[in-house]
Write a protein that binds this ligand. Structure first.
Ligand SMILES: *Cc1c(COP(=O)(O)O)cnc(C)c1O
Length: 447
């Protein structure tokens, strides 16, 4: 495609202006070092800008990293049903209209019922992400009061979201108890006073404490000695709906949190729930109502696309089809043998022009889920070509391919690639290998 077909005239003009300016500066700075013709230099610069711009446009990417909840690739890919639902809701939709009665309805009411049903909670609420859910809960329940948290759970989640800062922003006083490795129920009970608004348990999503470690379970926290006005909040992060221990993954379960009696349980929509970005809150009506009435709730509400996609995702969970219909859970539960067969099938489609091998590897769940545990998997390993150059070419094909790169090879873990993507993946790999060969040959030709 030409520069003009891909970009607006205004955009091209801005790039040309900047390039002309850059060219002038280069010539003024060191005229003897400037060995191109100015026009050529400017054209090259503009083409570079256009390429950089293209690389930033949102587009489908094939994830061959084996990291299932890949933050840079949008975490959880959505199910076909969720994609269709979001697509259908994009035009006019009855987001606040009951088609039966013809009256105005509460936004997301049906979804809240589904989430409550699914988790066994009394009530539910949805905001933009789990970080927003944390802020909302702290602000609406404990502004001006103290919230008790174990020192071992004062985490930074990523992207600068650090719990002590969040407390401050929500107008809540942090009451830290215990030590980094050991916190007892007694520590929490001793810290409760007239100013206490809540107790929060935060899942250590992205790191692991092991060895001489103790902390109360959510069941114990719920049973602790405290006034009725002190809420027990469970920030689960990923929050699994299904028991993933048969797959070697031990992640806090939302249903168990609610069964234990947590007043509010928080979890992301786009981690193990397998849906769009959202912060799901489930728990006791008494507390959820308080959140609903908070003035900042309006600033955190989700749009109709998210509501539609979440509704479809919740229905899949309710139908008991999460492991087969939600891509995230399907990828987690795929057996290594299935991935190996996929690798063998891919191998037959690759022109044997470099060193190819199907090798065992380890996939990661990612997204701040289940740190330290990995899933045995298989990958296609491409060696004998400069790996960084090959991976660059993989990212710049018709459909960009993101792979893993090591010192000596490019590794494509097919746990995160669907069977439907295999033909495009093969085309992309063949093209990238050809291009890398071509480059290698022209580079070394003079020798
Ligand atoms: C991931 C995570 C969050 C933030 O969730 P987002 O949906 O990314 O905002 C909050 N708390 C915990 C424990 C998490 O793991």
């Amino acid at each position: 495609m030409t520069l003009r077909a891909r970009n607006t005239p205004a955009q091209i003009t801005a790039w040309v202006r900047a390039a002309v300016q850059g060219c002038r500066e280069q010539i003024l700075e060191s005229p003897e070092a400037f060995d191109a013709t100015p026009v050529r230099w400017i054209i090259d610069r503009v083409l570079q800008q256009s390429k950089a711009d293209l690389g930033q446009r949102l587009q489908p990417v094939i994830n061959a990293t084996g990291i299932i909840l890949h933050t840079n690739l949008g975490r959880s890919p959505m199910s076909d049903k969720a994609i269709t639902a979001a697509n259908n809701a994009a035009r006019y939709t009855n987001v606040e209209l009951n088609l039966e009665s013809g009256r105005r309805s509460k936004r997301g009411e049906r979804l809240m019922n589904l989430l409550a049903q699914l988790t066994g909670a009394e009530d539910a609420l949805v905001v933009n992400n789990c970080a927003a859910a944390t802020v909302l809960v702290l602000q609406a329940i404990a502004a001006g009061q103290e919230v008790i948290v174990s020192r071992g759970q004062l985490v930074e989640i990523g992207g600068g979201f650090r719990l002590p800062d969040v407390f401050r922003a929500a107008g809540v006083t942090l009451r830290e108890v215990g030590t980094t490795n050991r916190t007892y129920l007694q520590d929490y009970e001793n810290a409760v006073n007239d100013a206490t608004g809540a107790v929060i348990r935060v899942h250590r999503s992205n790191f692991h404490l092991s060895g001489f470690v103790t902390e109360p379970t959510i069941d114990e926290l719920v049973l602790m000695e405290r006034p009725d006005s002190v809420a027990v909040i469970d920030d689960l992060g990923s929050g699994s709906m299904v028991d993933l221990t048969p797959y070697g993954l031990d992640e806090p379960n939302v249903l168990e949190s609610i069964r234990a009696g947590a007043d509010l349980s928080l979890f992301s929509g786009d981690k193990l729930f397998g849906g769009p970005q959202a912060g799901n809150l489930v728990g006791k009506t008494r507390w959820i109502e308080k959140l609903r009435r908070s003035p900042i709730m309006r600033a955190m509400r989700v749009d109709k696309l998210t509501l539609a996609a979440l509704e479809a995702t919740a229905e899949i969970h309710l139908a008991g089809k999460a492991l087969t219909e939600l891509p995230t859970l399907r990828m987690i539960t795929t057996t290594p043998d299935t991935v190996r067969n996929r690798c063998e099938s891919l191998l037959t489609r690759i022109e044997p022009s470099s060193l190819l091998a199907v090798v065992p590897c380890e996939s990661q769940v990612g997204g701040g889920s289940i740190p330290g545990s990995s899933l045995p998997s298989y990958a296609l390993r491409i060696s004998g070509l400069p790996p960084h150059h090959l991976s660059h070419n993989l990212r710049h094909g018709q459909i960009p391919i993101q792979a893993r790169v090591s010192e000596e090879a490019v590794v494509l873990d097919l746990r995160t690639v669907s069977d439907q993507e295999l033909p495009s993946l093969a085309d992309g790999i063949n093209a990238a290998i050809r291009e890398t060969h071509h480059f290698a040959n022209t580079e070394t030709a003079p020798e």
